[in-house]
Ligand binder design. Structure first.
Ligand code: FE
Length: 343
């Protein structure tokens, strides 16, 4: 357990107590339910408080846990803002009816349309790409597209985590959106055929498989690779130079991107303060902060990359497929995973 995870349990308890005693309507505060576990967010919120005089109360928890809490609290919820990683999870919040749409010219001007919910229920604050990594010593010409990964020539080479993970659900949902259900099923079946081993572990474990020689290709979110440079990740950092990466589909629709997201809750007793905080999240300061924490890409175009992320450079993201499609196709994706035996 990392120190930040250990703090996480304490943070919930301490901040839950704060929320329980907070007056729901308070002109000088805003309450955030967040499934982001970064204590450094406090630094950012302090800057917001300094600028606006509005205090930010942050309550952390797992996304599903917080959605259940919002649902149970209903109209009496003290929460104004909900933050979660992965659009698929925002879809669950949408289904539970715990979000409300809000219009903001600031957000519309700064966040590109494909990174926003079509009915303004949420928007992206940072972007993470799901891309292809390969063992440089065993692969001369890596696949250049997601589609190519399903080619029989890659038989027994691919490492990828379980389909129960939301990252893969969103990836397949994007393929359903682009190619239709039948072609997406064929693609998923092709990936299963080409797996080097049964799905196991998280994204870092797929990258470790490249180092250990179990896999020639791996599918992973980009920042797990960067963590191998930043911190000492056993089984990865020592041989990280043996791994190459491909930004997929650069000649076509672009690389699959998912989002860390923010939204206004349905109850939002401090709606005006929530709007101010949400708009603040699109400022250059906030964008650099959110992206820098996890080596992600800012959601606002033109905001510079942090030094570590710059290692991977710029890429063409898939801007044609609205990220909202990931949630729309999530159930279909799960059905396909079950049908093709991607466990
Ligand atoms: Fe992750």
């Amino acid at each position: 357990m990392s120190p930040s995870n250990m703090l996480h349990g304490l943070a919930i308890t301490a901040l839950a107590a704060v929320a329980a005693t907070a007056t729901p309507v308070n002109a000088q505060s805003v309450n955030v339910y967040s499934s982001r576990h970064y204590d450094s967010d406090d630094v950012l919120y302090d800057a917001f408080t300094e600028k606006t005089g509005i205090t930010v109360n942050r309550i952390e928890g797992g996304a599903d846990e917080l959605i259940a809490r919002l649902d149970a609290e209903g109209d009496n919820s003290p929460a104004d803002v909900f933050m979660a990683v992965d659009v698929g999870r925002m879809a669950r919040a949408e289904e539970a009816g715990v979000l409300q749409p809000f219009d903001s010219e600031v957000i519309e001007a700064r966040i590109p349309p494909h990174l926003r919910h079509p009915d303004d229920l949420w928007f992206g604050i940072s972007q993470r790409a799901r891309i292809v990594f390969y063992a440089k010593d065993r692969v001369d010409t890596p696949p250049r597209t997601y589609e190519e990964l399903a080619d029989p020539k890659w038989d027994d080479t691919i490492c990828v985590r379980s389909s129960s993970n939301i990252y893969n659900q969103s990836l397949l949902a994007s393929i359903i959106e682009v190619h239709g259900e039948e072609a997406a099923r064929d693609w998923a079946a092709g990936i299963v055929e080409n797996m080097a081993r049964a799905p196991q572990g998280g994204d870092t474990d797929q990258l470790r498989g490249l180092v250990s020689g179990e896999c020639d290709l791996a599918i992973s979110n980009h920042y797990y690779f960067l963590r191998g440079f930043d911190t000492d990740v056993s089984g990865l950092s020592e041989d990280i130079d043996s791994i190459g990466w491909v930004w997929p589909n650069q000649g076509g629709r672009g690389a699959h991107v998912n989002l860390a997201t923010a939204a206004m809750t349905a109850a939002a007793p401090n709606a005006e303060n929530a709007r101010k905080l949400l708009e603040f999240m699109t400022t250059e300061t906030a964008q650099r902060h959110f992206a820098g924490q996890n080596n992600e890409y800012p959601a606002v175009p033109g905001v510079g990359l942090d030094e570590d992320t710059a290692r991977l450079g710029l890429f063409i993201p898939d801007t044609r497929t609205n990220t909202a499609a990931f949630s729309r196709n999530a159930a279909k994706a799960q059905t396909i995973f079950n049908e093709v035996g991607w466990n």
